[in-house]
Design a protein. Structure first.
Length: 336
C-alpha cells in the first residue's frame, strides 16, 4: 500500500536534527507531484520547513521531519514497519499525506500540511513557522500517542552546565581542583529540588542526560559539563529562580530551551490521554487551536527497536480525516 511504502521511503532518508535537507527536498517533490501549492520556509542555512496548501489553510496537519540519532534504515514484517523515525514521526508524515489525499478526493478544500525541522532539539522550525502564520484556525499535530487524542502534555526546560577546575597529577590532588567533583555536587543539589505537581499532568521530572569531562584517569579534571532536562507541569518561572539561586557563582549555565506545558480540549468520541513528552505545539501558538494525535507508541521512540504498527498507520489516516472534517464544520458553524 502507498501508505507503507511512503513511510519506509521517509525512514530511509537520514534526517537527524540539523541535517534534514534531503528529507525536506523529498517532501517538496512528493507534494508538488500531488499538485499542492508548496513553499519552503527557511529556518537556518540549508534547513527549511515544508508547507503545502489546498486552498486556504483553515485547518493544518503538522508534524516534524527530523529524528534523533543514529540512523536506522527501514525494515518490515507483516505487522510492523521498523527504523529510525518509523513512529517519531515519519509514519505520521505519511499518514497525514494520505489523509490529505483522501480529503481532497472527497472534495474537501481549505486545509494545509506543515512539516517542520528541529523538533527534537529546540523547535527552531516551529518558531520560524510561528513568525509567519497563514491564518489557520486549528492545527492538528502528530506525535506517537497510540492514536489517542491528547488533552495535556508536559513542558520542557533544558539546562546546560559547565564547571571549571585546575589540572594536576592525580597523585597530588591538593595541587588541582576537580571540575567533575564540582559538577557532581551541583547535580546532587539539583536532584534535591522540590517536585511540582499538577492534578492532570502529574509530577515534574528531571533527567541528567549527558555528563562529560576530564582528560585521563590520572589527571585532575579541569573541565566538565552536563545537560539536564526537566519535564515541567506548570510555568517555569519559580523553577528557574530556584536553579539560578542554586547555581550562581558555582558554574557557568544556560537555559537552552523552555517550552511550557500545554492543556488541550477534549473532543467527543475520541479516546484521550495525557503525555509526559513535549511537542512543537507550544511554539505554534499563531497557527490556531491545537490538537495532538498520532500512531505509534512513545515507549519505542528513540530506541533501537523503534517501530509502528501498520494497522495503526491506517487508523491514523481515518482519524486525521475525521478531525479535519469536524474542525472545518466548527468553522462553518461559527461563520453562519
Amino acid at each position: 500500500m502507498e501508505l507503507f511504502e511512503l513511510t519506509k521511503a521517509l525512514v530511509n532518508i537520514p534526517s537527524v536534527t540539523g541535517h534534514e535537507g534531503a528529507c525536506t527536498e523529498f517532501m517538496r517533490y512528493q507534494l508538488l507531484e500531488r499538485r499542492y501549492r508548496v513553499e519552503l520556509q527557511t529556518v537556518s542555512d540549508g534547513r527549511s520547513n515544508v508547507l503545502a496548501f489546498h486552498g486556504v489553510p483553515e485547518v493544518v496537519l503538522s508534524t516534524h521531519l527530523d529524528t534523533v540519532p543514529p540512523f536506522v534504515p527501514a525494515s518490515e514484517d507483516d505487522e510492523f514497519i521498523y527504523g529510525r523515525g518509523s513512529c517519531d514521526a515519519k509514519g505520521i508524515v505519511a499518514s497525514q499525506i494520505l489523509a490529505a489525499e483522501r480529503l481532497r478526493d472527497e472534495g474537501v478544500r481549505d486545509f494545509g500540511l506543515l512539516f517542520l525541522v528541529g523538533e527534537e532539539t529546540t523547535s527552531d522550525g516551529a518558531q520560524a513557522a510561528n513568525a509567519a502564520p497563514r491564518g489557520s484556525k486549528y492545527i492538528i499535530n502528530g506525535e506517537p500517542t497510540e492514536n489517542k487524542l491528547v488533552i495535556g502534555s508536559k513542558g520542557n526546560l533544558r539546562l546546560d552546565l559547565r564547571t571549571r577546575g585546575r589540572m594536576a597529577h592525580s597523585a597530588y590532588p591538593h595541587l588541582g581542583e576537580s571540575a567533575i567533583e564540582k559538577l557532581l555536587d551541583i547535580l546532587a543539589d539539583l536532584r534535591r529540588l522540590p517536585v511540582s505537581q499538577d492534578p492532570v499532568l502529574g509530577a515534574s521530572t528531571m533527567n541528567i542526560g549527558v555528563i562529560a569531562g576530564g582528560r585521563a584517569a590520572n589527571v585532575i579534571p579541569d573541565e566538565a559539563r552536563a545537560e539536564v532536562l526537566f519535564r515541567t507541569v506548570k510555568d517555569s518561572t519559580e523553577l528557574r529562580a530556584q536553579i539560578r539561586e542554586l547555581l550562581e557563582g558555582r558554574c557557568e549555565y544556560e537555559f537552552v530551551r523552555d517550552t511550557p506545558a500545554l492543556m488541550m480540549e477534549k473532543l467527543d468520541g475520541y479516546e484521550t490521554d495525557v503525555v509526559a513528552f513535549t511537542t512543537d505545539l507550544p511554539s505554534l501558538t499563531r497557527w490556531g487551536r491545537p490538537s495532538l494525535l498520532g500512531p505509534g507508541s512513545i515507549s519505542v521512540a528513540h530506541t533501537d527497536h523503534e517501530r509502528v504498527r501498520k494497522t495503526d498507520l491506517l487508523r491514523a489516516v481515518d482519524l486525521y480525516c475525521r478531525l479535519v472534517r469536524e474542525l472545518k464544520s466548527r468553522i462553518r458553524l461559527k461563520a453562519s
